[in-house]
Design a protein around this ligand. Structure first.
Ligand SMILES: Nc1nc2c(c(=O)[nH]1)N[C@H]1C(S)=C(S)[C@@H](COP(=O)(O)O)O[C@H]1N2
Ligand SMILES: [Mo]
Length: 562
């Protein structure tokens, strides 16, 4: 009875103290760039849970977002991650409050803590408890946090201070909320006749106390979170303005799209052929994207090379012929017809040119590519011999990469899913040893060649047109087979024949192809199925499979009532 009551009070204390602590972490992150512990913990879990657990988690999340129609997958997933990180940290703090209350209760009886005159001794166990909890958090934060702008030392001091203060505050509540009223209550024991009143008085004073403390912590939480949010918002707005300015500069020098004159126009409602920069999907292992400093950033080229190099972004931009390529990137977790794929213009330096300057030694067979967030992948140098479109990319659409897309440098490897293509690259080591990449270690395909898939985006019933007395409705979508190209896309309506569609010439040989079929309109409910063939006529795989481990397969379909 007493134990369960002390646990309840501990949970309550946990809620009261953990909320302002989270707000404080947030505010400190926004003001001076101290680490935000809840995100560090989630990032650490992401990196250290077994691969199949993570994969299951990603599948469940992507599936849920799709089934519940929660909107665009990658940004919704990041919001869900943010929410889970906060919820988990909060629950941890609340649970720890209960544990600390139970321990204090035990210690209080065992060592008669409340009789201690010295505050220090009364508070020591709670503060020690807080510091103990801070230890793993400090280690984890040191290990995974790459967004903090403060030194390791400052971070350590900060985290111990906050956790120690948390323990002290919980202890304070323990004595005020639990021990003293309890003592007062038991003190009434001998005199039964008047026992009711002090208990009642005690309950009222406890309630008043709770209301006061609750009011204070709620106020602190709201102020801290609100101020932090405002600062974050202001920074985001400034960032948007910066992008808009750079875009305006880039637009002034942009060329016309290479397929501008193509008579095959997308069916209205097909996804944009060129994804607007702000809509490009984002996937990585970080709750918050890294923000690397271009001034101090270097690309280190090491290992089996004649001349190890430390390159700045300006070196890469100025000393090598820039390569402009329209690129369709897709995440291996994308479902057939999903939105984890986008097309944009990538600009960079040929990796081959850069490595030639470093001089690969005869024994060099692999490029081990490492990123600032601990992500890594391995490129077989044989692929570099075959494909000189592989590039170190520093710009999308003529402006420096956005932070979330890998500023200042990422790699592009045609025909491979995103998991093979690190962002935020800092190191390329030439080696004679193969090393499994981040997701390969966690059970995903080591080659990760893009699957051929065709997708139906729209049957534009709001844009019908007449031709020779027949009404047509434009149906359309995309088809993509990595760098292998698309030779044919076919549509089947209900159980009809497969018919060939019109293909719009793609932006490049590695981007998706837009297809269009003007469908002789019939009322009622119809199912549209779509499939494609690669340039060499290899048909798309018909059997449906999930994305793990090699990318989703199967025909896309859309049902619509007209
Ligand atoms: N450093 C780093 N690079 C990374 C990742 C990552 O987690 N860390 N994720 C990869 C994956 S799985 C994908 S799909 C692409 C996504 O790139 P985008 O966010 O610019 O669309 O980045 C790849 N590069
Ligand atoms: Mo991905």
């Amino acid at each position: 009875m007493r134990l369960s009551r002390v646990v309840w009070f501990g949970l309550l204390a946990g809620v009261l103290i953990t909320s302002p602590v989270i707000a404080l972490f947030y505010l400190a992150e926004q003001v001076v760039g101290l680490p935000f512990a809840p995100f560090d913990l989630l990032d650490w879990l992401t990196r250290n849970l077994p691969g199949d657990v993570i994969t299951k988690g990603i599948d469940t999340m992507v599936g849920l977002i799709h089934d519940l129609n929660l909107g665009e997958t990658s940004s919704t997933a990041k919001k869900l991650e943010t929410f889970s990180a906060l919820a988990a940290f909060f629950s941890g703090g609340v649970g720890a409050g209960a544990v600390l209350f139970a321990l204090l209760e035990w210690a209080a009886t065992r060592f008669d803590l409340r009789a201690q005159q010295h505050e220090v001794i009364r508070y020591a166990p709670g503060i020690l408890g807080g510091l103990l909890v801070s230890l793993p958090v400090i280690l984890i934060s040191r290990n995974v946090n790459v967004t903090a702008e403060t030194s390791d030392f400052t971070n350590t001091v900060w985290l111990s201070l906050v956790f120690g203060a948390w323990g002290a505050a919980i202890t304070w509540l323990f004595f005020r909320l639990w021990q003293e009223p309890a003592r007062a209550m038991s003190g009434t024991e001998p005199d039964r006749a008047i026992s009711v009143e002090p208990v009642l008085a005690e309950q009222i004073s406890r309630r008043n106390f709770l209301i006061r403390v609750g009011g204070v912590t709620a106020t602190l939480t709201v102020i801290g979170a609100g101020l932090g949010r405002y600062l974050e918002y202001r920074e985001a707005e400034n960032y948007k303005k910066l992008i808009a300015r750079r875009r305006a500069q880039a637009a002034a020098i942009a060329q016309e799209l290479p397929n501008a004159g193509d008579p095959v126009l997308p069916a209205p409602g097909t996804r944009p052929e060129l994804t607007p920069l702000e809509d490009h999907y984002r996937i990585d292992i970080n709750v918050r994207p890294l923000e690397l400093d271009a001034e101090t950033w270097r690309l280190h080229i090491t290992g089996l090379v004649d001349r190890p190099m430390d390159l700045t972004i300006d070196d890469l931009r100025d000393n090598y012929d820039p390569l402009h390529q329209y690129v369709t990137l897709a995440c291996i977790s994308n479902s057939v017809g999903g939105d984890l794929t986008s097309t944009i213009q990538w600009i960079g330096a040929r990796l081959k040119d850069v490595l030639e300057e470093a001089g690969i030694k005869a024994a060099g067979r692999y490029a081990l590519i490492r990123s600032a967030d601990g992500f890594h992948e391995t490129l077989d140098l044989a692929l570099l011999e075959e494909d000189d479109r592989i590039m170190l990319c520093y710009s999308w659409e003529g402006i420096p990469l956005l932070h979330k897309h890998g500023f200042p440098l990422r790699i592009y490897i045609p025909d491979r899913y995103g998991m093979k293509q690190p962002k935020w690259i800092t190191d390329i080591e030439i080696s004679d040893q193969y090393a499994e990449g981040y997701w390969v270690k966690r059970g995903w395909d080591s080659v990760a060649q893009m699957r051929a898939t065709a997708v139906v985006d729209v049957a534009a019933s709001d844009m019908p047109f007449e031709r020779a007395g027949q009404t047509f409705v434009p149906v359309g979508g995309i088809a993509h087979a990595g760098a292998r190209g698309i030779s044919k896309v076919e549509v089947q309506v209900d159980d009809g024949e497969w018919v060939e569609t019109q293909l719009r010439s793609p932006l490049s040989e590695t981007t998706w192809v837009i297809w269009r079929y003007d469908w002789p309109f019939e009322e009622g409910q119809h199912i549209f199925r779509v499939r494609c063939y690669e340039k060499d006529s290899t048909p798309q795989i018909e059997t449906s499979s999930g994305s793990h481990p090699s990318g989703a397969t199967g025909y896309d379909r859309m049902s619509q009532t007209f």
